[in-house]
Design a protein around this ligand. Structure first.
Ligand code: NAP
Length: 301
C-alpha cells in the first residue's frame, strides 16, 4: 500500500495538515497549490512539487482535492492544465472539499467516462481535527472504492462513514453545517443574553456545558471568544458557502428549513459587512450589533 503514490491539491488550512499526515505516514506525496509558497513546508519534509494539477494527476494512484467551493473544484479538475488532462484510468479521486452534492455527482459522472473512480469525502472537526487527524469523514460513492481508499482516509480521520452514492457525503456535510450554524448562533445569543442580563458568560458556559446544552461549539469556540480570539479556524465565508449549499439543496427538493434560512442570512450578512475572513464563531458580532452589547473578553476585563 505504501508504494501507491498520493497527490494532494489544495494546501489551505485543512489540506496542508491533511497532506502532512499522509506524508508522515510514509506515502510518497506529490503536491500542488495555486499559491506555490504554501507548499514549502511540505516540500521541506519530502513532498514533491508538481507544476500543475494535470502533471500531479499523471503520476498518482490516488488524487486528493481540498479547495474552497464547487466552482474551484470544477476548475482544478476540468480547467486548463486540470486534473482531467493528466489523470489515468483506475485512479481514485477523493474530494475533501465541501461543495454542492450536484457538483460531486457531475464530477463522478464525467470522470467515470475515462475510468476514474470518485469519492466525495468532505470532513468535519475543524482545523483542530485536521491537525490532530481526528476528522469525521462523510463519504459518497461506490463502497468498494471506499474500501480501497480506507487506508489513506484512516490516516486523516477517526470516523469514516459510507453515507451512500455520489453526492451523499456532501448531503451529510450540508446536514452537519445546519447543526453547526445553529450551535454558533445559539452560542452567540446565549453569551450576549447572559452578559446583558447580568451574569458572567464564562460562568454560564461552564455551567451549561456540563448539562443538556453540552456541544463541540461550547467546548472549542466559547473559550476562544471569551479570550477575544475571532481569527479562523473556519472562515465565516466558508460557513456562508456551506449554508447556501444547504439552502439550495433544500430548495431543489421543495423543503422549508426556517432556522437554516435565518442562519444563512446572518452568515451572508457577516460576509457582506466584510467579516468573512473571521472565524464562523465570530457570528457573535451580528448579535452584538443587534443588542448594543459587546462580549467582554478576558483582555478587555
Ligand atoms: P482555506 O484555508 O481558505 O484554503 C482554501 C484552499 O483552496 C487554498 O489552498 C486555495 O489556494 C485553494 N483554492 C481556492 N480556490 C481555488 C481555485 N479556484 N483554484 C485552485 N485552488 C483554489 O480553506 P480551508 O479552511 O482549508 O477549507 C478547504 C475546504 O475544506 C473548504 O471546502 C471548506 O469548506 C472545507 N472545510 C474546512 C474546515 C475548516 O475548519 N477550515 C472544516 C471542514 C471543512 P490558495 O492557497 O492559492 O488561495
Amino acid at each position: 500500500m505504501q508504494n501507491k503514490v498520493i497527490g494532494y491539491i489544495g494546501l489551505g488550512t485543512m489540506g496542508s495538515a491533511m497532506a502532512g499526515h499522509l506524508l508522515s505516514s510514509g506515502f510518497p506525496l506529490i503536491v500542488w497549490n495555486r499559491t506555490a509558497i504554501k507548499a514549502q513546508a511540505l516540500i521541506k519534509k519530502g513532498a514533491i512539487w508538481a507544476e500543475s494539477p494535470a502533471v500531479l494527476a499523471a503520476q498518482c494512484d490516488v488524487v486528493f482535492i481540498n479547495v474552497s467551493d464547487t466552482k474551484d473544484v470544477l476548475e482544478v479538475i476540468f480547467g486548463e492544465n486540470g486534473v482531467a488532462q493528466g489523470i489515468r484510468p483506475g485512479t481514485i479521486l477523493i474530494d475533501n472539499s465541501t461543495i454542492a452534492p450536484t457538483g460531486s455527482r457531475e464530477i463522478a459522472d464525467k470522470l467515470s467516462k475515462i475510468g476514474v473512480r470518485c469519492l466525495d469525502a468532505p470532513v468535519s472537526g475543524g482545523d483542530i481535527g485536521a491537525r490532530n487527524a481526528t476528522l469525521t469523514i462523510m463519504v459518497g460513492g461506490d463502497e468498494a472504492t471506499l474500501e480501497e481508499a480506507k487506508p489513506y482516509l484512516e490516516v486523516l480521520g477517526k470516523k469514516i462513514t459510507h453515507v451512500g452514492g455520489h453526492g451523499a457525503g456532501q448531503i451529510a456535510k450540508a446536514a452537519n453545517q445546519i447543526m453547526v450554524a445553529a450551535q454558533m448562533v445559539a452560542e452567540a445569543e446565549l453569551m450576549i443574553f447572559a452578559q446583558k442580563a447580568g451574569a458572567d458568560p464564562a460562568k454560564v458556559v461552564e455551567a451549561i456545558n456540563a448539562g443538556a446544552a453540552q456541544c463541540w461549539t461550547l467546548d472549542v469556540k466559547a473559550p476562544k471568544l471569551l479570550n477575544g480570539e475571532r481569527e479562523p479556524g473556519f472562515k465565516a465565508t466558508l460557513q456562508a458557502k456551506d449554508m447556501n449549499i444547504a439552502v439550495e439543496t433544500a430548495r431543489a427538493y421543495h423543503m422549508n428549513l426556517p432556522a437554516t434560512a435565518l442562519h444563512t442570512q446572518l452568515y451572508n450578512g457577516m460576509v457582506a459587512i466584510g467579516d468573512g475572513d473571521l472565524d464562523n464563531s465570530a457570528i457573535i458580532s451580528m448579535i452584538e450589533v443587534m443588542n448594543g452589547e459587546k462580549l467582554k473578553s478576558k483582555e478587555s476585563n
